[in-house]
Design a protein around this ligand. Structure first.
Ligand code: DOR
Ligand code: ZN
Length: 346
């Protein structure tokens, strides 16, 4: 029996959705994480400070009695976002980041940005006030192969943006490639990156080899093995710019298991157990706390959590739930395809 006690983790990239799904999934994040950066890609999206304040109330109402989970709200950047509104939300303490979705890149991104130049005035204001930009780093050019879209985004969008506004603090969300890792490593302190548990565990074979498995489909899509290994090396390095963002992104099962299934992996219930497995496998359990609980707060200029959690390794694999119910429907939980031996102690 082995235990590991670390500061309570935060999730720096989370989709909680709304309505019945929000009610069903929020407790799974709240039980493990102290805080989470909440993605704004609802329908309609969370565009203004007023939208974000209302969404925050709905999240708080969905939490279990007595939960101290803190949703850190973001705004969805559009071509008509007003710098004044963004700054007002930031000064209020409500808005912790702004999210850039290239229009058409992923779930509910239609209202996103087509031409990054239209967003420069808002981005310049964010740089001036120190408000981070979270980016979905994929180009939408249909001539670019889907497995190359992250690398193309770095070259076409991120490098020019860094040159134009070097003071802008950017988080490259859910990096999936060695290109992403190398790019972030080469930047100064204004650049961070989140890494998901599933991109540390699966490569593209999980989706496509031996049958098509929609529950492993997400965006950016998992890449070749060499990329997964580069992500692992970054996550276990303890290096400051790399931190946990689960990208837990629930879609009801019928919307995943169909001819054109939605992108997204729902992993909130077993993220920490999976990560403990990965870090143990890498002989790097001593770096887990940096990845889950220290590097993220440092980037977002927030104190790390004072509370501690203990992970316990048991010899007999833990019985994991496979589904979460939402009324009559279900959400499938990420299956890491290995037995899980780690459990967060109550
Ligand atoms: O797989 C994904 N699902 N990637 C995203 O970028 C969005 C997310 C969602 O909202 O479903
Ligand atoms: Zn996401």
């Amino acid at each position: 029996m082995k235990t590991l006690t670390i500061r309570q983790p935060d999730d720096w990239h989370l989709h909680l959705r709304d309505g019945a799904v929000l009610k069903a999934v929020a407790p799974h994040s709240a039980v493990h994480f102290a805080r989470a950066i909440i993605m704004p890609n609802l329908v309609p999206p969370v565009v203004t400070t007023t939208d974000a304040a209302a969404y925050r109330e709905r999240i708080l109402a969905a939490l279990p009695e007595g939960s101290s989970f803190t949703p850190l709200m973001t705004l969805y950047l559009t071509e008509t976002t007003q710098a004044e509104d963004v700054e007002a939300g930031f000064r209020d303490g409500l808005i912790k980041a702004v999210k850039l979705y290239p229009a058409g890149a992923t779930t509910n991104s239609q209202s996103g940005v087509r031409n990054i130049e239209t967003a420069y005035p808002v981005l310049e204001r964010m740089a001036a006030i120190g408000l981070p930009l979270c980016v979905h780093g994929e180009v939408t050019d249909p001539t670019v192969d889907i497995f190359d879209r992250e690398a193309a985004f770095i070259e076409r969008v991120l490098e020019p943006l860094r040159r134009r506004i070097p003071e802008l603090r950017i988080v490259m969300e859910h990096i999936t490639t060695k290109d992403g890792v190398d790019f972030v490593r080469a930047q100064g302190q204004n650049m961070g990156a989140t890494i998901t548990p599933h991109h540390l565990i699966i490569n593209r074979n999980a989706i496509l080899a031996g049958g098509i498995r929609p529950h492993y489909y997400c965006l950016p899509v998992a890449k070749r093995e060499a990329h997964r290994l580069a992500l692992r090396a970054a996550a276990i390095s303890g290096h400051g710019p790399f931190f946990l963002g689960t990208d837990s992104a629930p879609h009801l099962d019928p919307l995943k298991e169909c001819a054109c299934g939605c992108a997204g992996i729902f992993n909130a219930p077993n993220t920490l157990a999976c990560l403990a497995h990965v870090f143990e496998e890498e002989g790097a359990l001593d770096q887990l706390e940096a990845f889950t609980s220290l590097n993220g707060p440092a980037f977002y200029r927030l104190p790390p959590n004072e509370k501690r959690i203990t992970l316990r390794r048991q010899d007999v694999p833990v019985e994991m739930e496979r589904k979460v119910s939402v009324g009559e429907e279900t959400l499938t939980i990420f299956d890491p395809m290995f037995p899980i031996h780690w459990k967060v102690e109550d």
